[in-house]
Write a protein of this length. Sequence first.
Length: 337
Amino acid sequence: MRAARCTALLAAALCVLPALAHRLSPAFFGLTETEPNVFAVQWKVSISGGLAAVLEPQVPAGCSLAQAVRTYVLDDVRLQHATLECPTGLPGQAFAVNGLAQTQTDVLLRVDYLNGSSSTQRLTPAAPQAVIPEQPSTLDVVRTYLMLGVEHILLGIDHLLFVLALLLLVNGVGRLVATVTAFTVAHSITLGAATLGFVHVPSAPVEAIIALSILFLASELARRRAHGDGADDATAANLMTRFPWVVAFSFGLLHGFGFAGALSEVGVPEQAVPLALLFFNVGVELGQLLFIAAVFGFASLVRLAALRVPRSWHRAVAYGIGSVAAFWVVERTIAVF
């Protein structure tokens, strides 16, 4: 039964590896009303993957650009600023992004009005156009940031590999629940603190340390499996074996800064920061639970099929995760400098 479960976990890991090419990098189109029916425009899109060359926002009908578009490049992001005049008003107008249907990313559309109200909508490849609402809805914020959270965790292979390694390392349902809960609580703390502006940590070092945390778990998995699962082996006294929730909590704090970095890429509406933060975090947790459920669901299918498990499954898992993590450590450390 244990072998079957581990085989399922390995299969699940292999299934999510293709997501490496499709990390969540939503584009952002922001409209801030500076005078009645006059809006400052910000268009932010990732350069990698050719998104900047493919995606093209369309000026809503009845609106026009009041000045030339100013373009800046910051790391992997292209920023464009302009001024949009809409004499007949913006609510009720259709907004579309050409080329979105041919990608695997999203566009977050946010409009902030002079009266303090705002609307937030999410455009997707399946729905690349949206009508700016007459009355901004709280439900739009909830739906948008909930889905952004789910997508971020499910398309974030680094976070999923960390969770997968935890599932492989921790024995017993009670200990597993405590460990995953500690990870959840920790990254919720730092996600909230960073988004609300209480703490600021540069994203590049955080991403490098996240990769290092995955490498740590992979090496721990390789050592433990090399000595067997018995309680008397050489690793029984280490921190990961005795107090896995402490390790999960510590690394969870780092992963929370990573989640905050992803959220900062699209921003949050000023009038609904707590709501957007709450439901982005809920979305992250839903995505995490979906992944865990999928892993154990697949494990049950493998067990029912009574498939034979190669004796070297543990080496494949440990070295597979470790190799990917080691590559990220080098790549992301170089990016720091």
